[in-house]
Design a protein around this ligand. Structure first.
Ligand SMILES: [Zn+2]
Length: 278
């Protein structure tokens, strides 16, 4: 957490700064574990203040501000980071702020655990860092053919494979369980045993679930951490079918209960009846 739908919601929440000029950049004094900000603040100020934001973008699970010279300031929320335009959930976890010309609200970066990162890259650094060697295609743009090309020869369990950001960007632990449940694929099924029509189904389901989750502004779990840019909770948690529902009746077969297994140290939720292994 947050995954593609939550980060895309953050991006949409700060779109108003497109076309505005940055007038101040400040690392906010915070007594918690400091987040990584690179390069140093004096360099960040020199390269950003007085510059106009050309575009607010997203790459995988990161939001960025792209300047006219294609410098990009990236916000990588990792576990508990938020990009906000409204009052933050708590003042003591605000880490960074930007001010803008002509009255747009400021943009804040908030992070309770402080595992997130903020970094400025020039265009070449950005292209190198996010080349297809380092980051897979965006999950909203996958096709069955593409997934088969990427994963078709792998013996990894499909749930674990879908989390690999070098292969496909944006899917995390929550949405992987939801996608495989709706596609009726067992999460431990080896990728090389998945048929072309099943890859088609996984691709279609991925896009449909992620888009619906974006429409509902992401999932705010019981810890309440994830908020949109206005510090409001998302709504997709009310539509989860299996995630964190161990022991509840399956919403499809209405017979089996949702099971939990651990794969690569992460919980996976699924229905043994609806998601057969063979
Ligand atoms: Zn079921």
């Amino acid at each position: 957490m947050p995954e593609l739908p939550e980060v895309e919601t953050m991006r949409r929440g700060i779109l108003a700064v497109e076309g505005a000029t940055i007038t101040a950049a400040e690392k906010v004094k915070c007594r918690r574990k400091p987040i990584t900000i690179s390069p140093g603040m004096s360099t960040i100020r020199r390269r950003l203040v007085g510059k106009k934001v050309k575009q607010v973008g997203r790459i995988g699970k990161r939001v960025f501000l792209q300047m006219e010279n294609n410098d990009r300031l990236l916000f990588e929320p990792r576990m508990t980071g938020l990009v906000l335009v409204a009052d933050p959930p708590s003042q003591q976890h605000v880490r960074f702020r930007l001010e803008f010309s002509h009255g747009e609200k400021e943009v804040l970066y908030w992070d309770r655990r402080g595992l997130g990162m903020i970094y400025l890259l020039n265009d070449q650094q950005y292209q190198d860092r996010f080349s297809l060697k380092n980051l897979g295609p965006d999950a909203l743009e996958v096709t069955g053919k593409l997934l088969k090309e990427i994963f078709g020869k792998s013996k990894r369990p499909v749930k674990v494979a879908l989390l690999d950001q070098k292969k496909v960007a944006g899917i995390g632990n929550l949405y992987a369980s939801e996608i495989l449940f709706v596609a009726a694929i067992h999460p431990a099924k080896q990728c090389n045993r998945i048929t072309m029509s099943q890859w088609d189904l996984i691709a279609e389901t991925t896009i449909e679930i992620l888009q619906t989750a974006i429409e509902h502004e992401g999932s705010t779990l019981s810890d309440g951490t994830y908020r949109n840019a206005l510090n409001d909770p998302g709504g997709y948690q009310n539509m989860h079918r299996v995630y964190d529902k161990e022991g509840e009746t399956c919403p499809i077969c209405m017979d089996s209960v949702i099971s939990r297994i651990v794969q690569a140290q992460r919980s996976t939720f699924f229905c043994k009846s609806c998601q057969k292994r063979s």
